[in-house]
Design a protein around this ligand. Structure first.
Ligand code: PEP
Ligand code: MN
Length: 267
């Protein structure tokens, strides 16, 4: 098996690419909560040089009584931040009926873990000319995940980015078990890039920096990370969200590790 296999490069626009020799960091809150929260996060990430902003407007929550996201209001907020700071936007779509309207704002459509086998949704996003971030189902095998990607591909869309976000096991110290070996396995079985989500993969912010470094070291093409200005007040996934200081420290460490890995590989 080839380490650091170079995959297809997915062009997101504005010079942003996922795949190839790049390790791209996508960051932002679990959910868009308010304009104020998003301006704060947007400014912080822009100053660091991050180009891809995540933020859920439609949230798949386990309980119907939990915060469900701001919906189209959330997308409007994302659009303001996008225009202000020139980000590319990553956000989840759950309902095929929301695709058309959302596509005006979202640059990478996230298919969440709970929808990895929602075949009608996969077929609909397969018809788009827009990159798809396909998260691994929380109880899905690598083969099932690859087949889900084929549903998208079969409709014509060949801009797919896999995202390992952890799977359910007997282990309950962490929210999920982050199956990092899926990275070289997916790379050996497909030509698409794969990124890692250490936030959902662990459920604990203190494990996010080390997991992100491990993702880089195992050959992932990037990571998607949840941050929040005040994680204890987050409306969703605060426990796994980094605050600004923690994120900044991790980002610097990743930059150093990236250089070391590249020097080492280039001789
Ligand atoms: C998310 O990205 O906030 C999310 C809900 O992810 P997942 O589908 O992996 O649980
Ligand atoms: Mn989340």
């Amino acid at each position: 098996m080839e380490d650091f296999k170079v995959t297809k490069v997915i062009d997101i626009g504005n010079g942003v690419k996922i795949g190839g020799k790049n390790f791209e960091i996508i960051a932002g809150p679990c959910a868009v909560e308010s304009e104020e929260q998003m301006y704060e996060i947007g400014k912080f990430l822009k100053d660091l040089g991050i180009k891809l902003l995540r933020g859920g407007a439609f949230k798949p929550r386990t309980s119907p009584y939990s915060f469900q996201g701001l919906g189209f209001e959330g997308l409007k907020i994302l659009n303001k931040i996008k225009e202000e700071y020139n980000f590319k936007i990553v956000s989840e779509i759950m309902d095929p009926r929301d695709i058309e309207k959302s596509c005006e704002i979202i640059d990478i459509i996230q298919i969440g873990s709970r929808n990895m086998q929602n075949y009608s949704l996969l077929k609909e996003v397969g018809k788009l000319d827009k990159p798809i971030l396909l998260k691994r189902g929380m109880s899905s095998t690598i083969r099932e995940w690859l087949m889900a990607a084929e549903y998208i591909e079969a409709e014509g869309n060949k801009d797919i980015i896999f995202c390992e976000r952890g799977i359910r096991t007997f282990e309950d110290y962490t929210r999920n078990t982050l199956d990092l070996v899926s990275v070289p396995i997916i790379k050996s079985l497909s030509n698409y890039p794969i990124i890692v989500d250490p936030s959902h993969g662990t459920g604990r912010w203190e494990l996010v920096p080390s997991s992100t470094k491990a993702a880089l070291a195992i050959g992932a093409d990037g990571a998607i990370i949840e941050i929040h200005p005040e994680p204890s007040k987050a409306l969703s996934d605060g426990r796994q969200s980094l605050n600004f200081n923690e994120f900044k420290k991790m980002y610097k460490d990743i930059e150093i590790l990236k250089r070391e890995i590249n020097n080492d590989r280039n001789g």
